[in-house]
Design a protein around this ligand. Structure first.
Ligand SMILES: Nc1nc2c(c(=O)[nH]1)N[C@H]1C(S)=C(S)[C@@H](COP(=O)(O)OP(=O)(O)OC[C@H]3O[C@@H](n4cnc5c(=O)[nH]c(N)nc54)[C@H](O)[C@@H]3O)O[C@H]1N2
Ligand SMILES: Nc1nc2c(c(=O)[nH]1)N[C@H]1C(S)=C(S)[C@@H](COP(=O)(O)OP(=O)(O)OC[C@H]3O[C@@H](n4cnc5c(=O)[nH]c(N)nc54)[C@H](O)[C@@H]3O)O[C@H]1N2
Ligand SMILES: [Mo]
Length: 767
């Protein structure tokens, strides 16, 4: 490892530091007893699903939470309130000047509120008046397509199903959602390649894998429960190969907080057998290199009369396009592979040999792969690699996009999709006995564009924080402020509530940890994890306020006020969520007998066609992707007209945040304390620019329009990162992501590939 001046970076992740941090966050929530109870219930059979991430639940082990899950839970379950009194003493103009951290820190939203533009304050409104106001705005639109229905992936299956049903009955398929900014490329790529947009493995497969390739993800922070799985695999002799632009300590050495020796001594488990750091956006070239070595070795074997080293039977029986792909690989030269990946042929050969020596390989990936211009092609290249040896559809092998939000996958399954299949719309139409729209609607990109040019006029958000999560902060904020009505169904105050134009509503909802009492008794909801397991989730803490409603009650309230009870009795669905599940079962065959199957401890598996070697794409075979490598990556593309050398910037998460929710100012595993406006840089690049550690810089992004996108006052931090690459935290750097810089075919903002230049900040001189 290059010696950096980051002396604070720990030698291992997990262990006692994790435990200390967990305890600190429980105490900070101001209700430690409740949160200890919450943690014991997290991911347990009769408990609630941890809102921290979408990783699956282990069968064994008493405790099923992690440090960052504990942060998410205690952040939600707090006794602090942001009620009408709070909003009376703080105008929206005042709130706009506060940080994202400060906004959420004010506590839970407890009353419905309406923005009053005359006073610039949010003021109390009754639920009934709030629902009527929404209905008035919606019915005044000249077309239902002037409304946008955003979803964040925490919503339950039941809330999401009801929400899309309402939106479609209202007449639109405008369902922008957080996955448009997240794993969209995985869905697009996998649907094309293997006929289903989800991962093919289950948690049990990790026990049987001989090798696991982890691409572009930081599980130590974002999926800590995955670290237990990786740790177990590594200890059982499975070879883990990490591809990460940064050296992430958890992927190097991890100590389980549940192992007394690793907890109390400096010992830890070495996770990665091999750790490669490709350049940003270099993974497609890296995988192409691995495949090139394999195919060349295979040719040599055949020429020498030896058996093929790839699975020719699998390829012949189950795939199409192999010959075209082989040709594409032959025409990709090694020097291009090395230049674009930033890795050497020798390094890639080492990985290829591990792949060849392993009978069962799992490839996992997350945002380091999905948030690039060529993400779809990159994921298809990972699929290509797996197809070469039939590493799909057998135990211990397969594809594993590791989802982010705890129910983002479930939201898609139950219909949050701006491009629904005709089959799904036909089933829904039959269910509600009313024609529903088939035409594609808006994703996040088109929703922001439509709000910007005022062709859309109403935005309703079922959770999330689109103002801070979406790219190009200034344009996104302007787009939201253009709306005639902005409705936010939320647990906590955030930036999206402050993007007010004319009318705006804050509708406070219950969270996962809370009791949800309806007319027929306490209710539970369901979620789907990254392994397609569906299970129930039920909170046990009394809500902070009787005015908070469940997401389901809120969606049903809006629907009833807008559409009436003619086709659907919305109230009865709120009274008993079993009835919503019955509707889901009627619309989606994989949910047949939904209510009774939920009784199985641990829930039930939705199944995966590709894992059964059934290919639902045309022509009913898995398909090799045949894209060439990108001609140039983003910084090279813009370099030609620039005098200074450009960098590629990735925007990522610290250890103390959940997306736009900032829990604290530390990033312990990267040695950062008490600050977030930092930029990680290779020491050689810094020297070339005569920058010292802690110097302040302005970061300006380059795009093909004339807008200036710049952030100032970011502190230089030396880090183990390839030359020419930079990393900084999201959402502080979202102003730099150009709205039009999106992935091919996925429309995902290219949050991991922004061409930028660095200049010493003027503020250096002031300090
Ligand atoms: N505690 C916590 N948990 C979370 C979240 C959270 O914010 N906090 N967010 C949730 C959500 S919605 C999501 S989507 C997931 C996100 O989970 P991750 O995908 O792990 O999230 P990021 O922080 O964006 O990290 C991206 C990782 O990819 C690496 N990387 C970036 N670009 C490249 C590249 O081009 N190539 C390679 N090989 N590596 C690259 C970065 O160095 C970093 O390690 O986590 C979920 N879980
Ligand atoms: N530059 C850059 N931008 C990115 C990313 C990146 O890596 N870099 N990552 C992208 C990714 S992967 C994602 S998923 C998106 C995330 O985008 P979103 O999902 O829109 O954002 P979150 O920050 O998760 O939303 C936080 C808010 O959700 C609300 N909330 C929390 N729990 C609940 C609940 O149970 N119900 C309801 N109704 N509301 C709740 C709270 O009010 C909180 O303020 O951001 C994307 N943006
Ligand atoms: Mo995400």
């Amino acid at each position: 490892m290059t010696k950096s001046s980051l002396t604070n970076k720990p030698l291992k992740a997990g262990g006692i530091s994790s435990l200390k941090s967990t305890i600190k966050h429980i105490i900070d929530s101001q209700q430690p007893h409740t949160n200890i109870k919450n943690l014991l219930n997290a991911n347990q059979d009769k408990g609630f699903d941890c809102p921290g991430c979408a990783w699956g639940d282990e069968k064994e082990g008493l405790l099923q939470f992690c440090e960052n899950g504990a942060k998410a839970i205690s952040w939600e379950s707090t006794s602090k309130k942001a009620d009408a009194r709070f909003f009376k003493s703080h105008s929206v103009s005042y709130l706009k000047k506060q940080s994202d951290y400060w906004l959420e820190y004010q506590g839970r939203l407890t009353e419905p509120l309406r923005y009053n533009s005359a006073t610039d304050h949010y003021e109390r409104i009754s639920w009934q008046d709030a629902f009527s106001l929404i209905s008035t705005h919606l019915t005044q639109l000249t077309s239902p397509d002037q409304a946008e229905f955003y979803t964040s992936g925490r919503a339950s299956n039941e809330a999401a199903f009801l929400y899309q049903l309402f939106g479609r009955m209202f007449g639109t398929n405008n369902f922008p959602d957080c996955s448009n900014m997240c794993h969209e490329a995985s869905g697009v790529a996998l649907n094309e390649s293997i006929g289903i947009g989800k991962g093919t493995v289950t948690l049990a497969d990790f026990e049987h894998a001989d090798a696991i390739f982890v691409f572009g993800q930081n599980p130590g922070t974002n999926h800590p429960r995955m670290m237990n799985t990786l740790r177990k695999s590594a200890r059982a002799g499975c070879k883990i190969v990490s591809f990460n632009n940064l050296k992430e300590v958890a992927l190097e050495r991890f100590a389980s907080p549940q192992d007394p020796v690793e907890l109390l001594t400096p010992s830890a488990t070495t996770i990665s057998h091999l750790y490669l750091s490709p350049k940003l956006g270099g993974d497609m070239a890296a995988v192409r290199g691995i495949c090139k070595y394999i195919l060349e070795k295979n040719e040599t074997a055949i020429k020498q009369g030896k058996p093929a080293i790839i699975d020719i039977n699998f390829i012949a029986e189950h795939t199409v396009n192999f010959k075209d792909y082989q040709q594409q690989v032959i025409t990709t030269p090694w020097d291009k592979i090395e230049q674009q990946s930033g890795l050497t042929q020798t390094e890639l050969t080492q990985v290829a040999e591990i792949y060849l020596q392993s009978n069962r390989v799992i490839c996992t990936w997350a945002m380091g792969i999905t948030q690039h211009k060529h993400s779809v092609a990159t994921i298809q290249e990972i699929v290509n690699l797996q197809l070469l040896k039939g590493n799909i559809g057998k135990a211990g092998a397969g594809l594993c996009p590791v989802r982010g939000h705890s129910n983002v996958q479930g939201n898609r399954t139950v219909g949050i999709n701006e491009k629904p299949s005709a089959e799904f719309i036909t089933a829904l139409t039959k269910l509600v006995n009313k024609p529903l729209p088939f035409d594609g609607g808006h994703n996040v990109y088109y929703a922001i564009k439509a709000l910007l040019d005022k062709s859309s006029k109403v935005i309703i958000c079922l959770g999330g924080n689109i103002a801070a999560a979406a790219p190009d902060t200034q344009q996104t904020f302007e787009a939201l402020c253009n709306s005639e009505l902005n409705v936010q169904i939320s647990t906590k105050l955030n930036r999206s509530h402050l993007a007010v134009g004319k009318d705006a509503l804050i509708l406070p909802c219950l969270g996962r940890t809370e009791v949800d009492l309806q007319a027929s008794g306490p209710q539970y909801i369901t979620v789907e994890d990254t392994f397609s397991m569906v299970h129930a989730s039920q909170g046990s803490v009394p809500p902070l306020s009787t005015e908070q409603k469940s997401e389901i009650a809120i969606v049903a309230g809006i629907a009833q006020a807008t559409l009436g009870n003619k086709q659907i009795n919305w109230q009865s669905l709120t009274d008993n969520y079993d009835l919503i599940r019955e509707m889901i079962a009627q619309a989606l065959p994989e949910f047949s007998n939904f209510n009774s199957r939920l009784k199985t401890p641990g829930g039930f598996y939705l199944g995966n066609s590709a894992a059964k070697l059934q290919w639902k794409n045309q022509p009913e075979k898995a398909s090799f992707g045949v894209d060439p490598l990108p001609d140039k990556l983003v910084a090279e593309h813009f370099q030609e007209n620039q005098k200074v050398k450009l960098f590629t910037l990735q925007t990522l998460r610290s250890h103390d945040q959940y997306n736009t929710t900032v829990y604290g100012m530390n990033d312990r595993y990267r040695g950062i304390k008490n600050e977030r406006n930092v930029v990680f840089i290779n020491i050689k690049d810094a020297r070339r620019l005569k920058l010292l550690e802690d110097d302040l810089v302005t970061i300006t992004s380059i795009w093909s329009d004339n807008r200036v996108r710049s952030v100032d006052g970011f502190k230089i931090k030396f880090y183990d990162i390839p030359q020419g690459n930079l990393a900084a935290y999201y959402p502080e750097t979202n102003p730099l992501v150009p709205l039009d810089s999106v992935g091919d075919r996925s429309f995902t903002p290219t949050s991991k590939a922004i061409a930028v230049m660095l200049e010493k900040s003027v503020s250096n001189r002031i300090i």
